[in-house]
Write a protein that binds this ligand. Structure first.
Ligand SMILES: [Fe+2]
Ligand SMILES: [Fe+2]
Length: 276
């Protein structure tokens, strides 16, 4: 595990309120909730990897990273919008959304499968924070997003290494691996992102929760800073996670398709937003 950064090393005094983009701000507020909610996912993974000491150590360190991401994003969100009440938003989110609370084994069918799903999520987060780092004009957000993006790439490599270890015994074929990856990508439209968007941005104004509308708004905001290079890299990581050649025909065609879809529709289920 790489050495963890701290919130103290961010130059918070460099904050420039006039450079805050309201769309990015809304995306950051929702992301802060999803990131800080890592405890729930750590508890689930602790059940999936019960008795596996090395994996459990890595999972707990990963949880510490994700919580720190949530704290850094929440602090920036409160700088940009002093009315942002992170604690209340977090309480709302946790009251309405739980991660596999009853699962005692992986919902992906095996530990190796669980690691493929984790790789897909870390691919989405790393590309989201990279796009935020590159698209934001606000210097403190750039500092925060750059550090988080680095962590998310590290998490991807960590989970991919664990996948390779467990794949030696949990043998899963290419079709099943693809199914897990596509399943996790399509799960991007489950309640997690939509409910975080509502909890952070809409509930304080008294709006009722509309899952479809919230998901679309969240995706549109999260994808707003993507450039083709972010999409190319995300597809490359997904291909590697399922065992396909990252520079092969599949990856090139998938990049073009994903980019066309992103530009044409502005939103849609994608592996391109912070999620657990
Ligand atoms: Fe994170
Ligand atoms: Fe992560």
């Amino acid at each position: 595990m790489q050495t963890a950064w701290t919130l103290d090393e961010i130059d918070w005094n460099a904050f420039e309120p006039r450079r805050v983009d309201p769309v990015q701000l809304a995306a950051v507020k929702a992301a802060a909730l999803v990131e800080f909610n890592a405890d729930d996912y750590v508890a689930y993974l602790e059940r999936v990897f019960a008795g596996e000491a090395e994996a459990l150590t890595l999972i707990r360190q990963w949880g510490d990273d994700e919580r720190r991401h949530g704290m850094a994003l929440a602090r920036w969100g409160a700088l940009a919008d002093p009315a942002f009440d992170f604690q209340s938003a977090m309480a709302r989110f946790r009251a309405g959304y739980r991660i596999h609370p009853d699962a005692v084994a992986s919902v992906r069918g095996s530990r190796a499968g669980e690691m493929i799903a984790r790789c897909i999520v870390e691919c989405g987060t790393s590309s989201f924070y990279s796009s935020l780092r590159d698209a934001s004009g606000e210097p403190v957000l750039r500092q925060v997003a750059a550090r988080i993006a680095r962590d998310e790439f590290h998490h991807y490599r960590l989970f991919h290494a664990l996948y390779l270890r467990y794949a030696a015994t949990d043998r899963i074929g290419l079709l099943r691996r693809l199914g897990i990856a596509l399943g996790r990508i399509s799960e991007a439209d489950d309640d997690e992102l939509a409910y975080a968007w509502w909890s952070a941005n809409l509930a304080p104004t008294g709006q009722v929760y509309d899952r479809t509308a919230c998901f679309r708004a969240q995706q549109k905001a999260a994808l707003s800073g993507y450039r083709r290079e972010h999409v190319r890299r995300a597809v490359h990581m997904i291909a590697r996670a399922v065992g396909l050649r990252p520079d092969g025909h599949f990856a090139r065609a998938a990049t073009s398709l994903a980019w066309w879809r992103l530009r044409g529709r502005g939103a849609g289920a994608s592996p391109s937003a912070p999620s657990h």
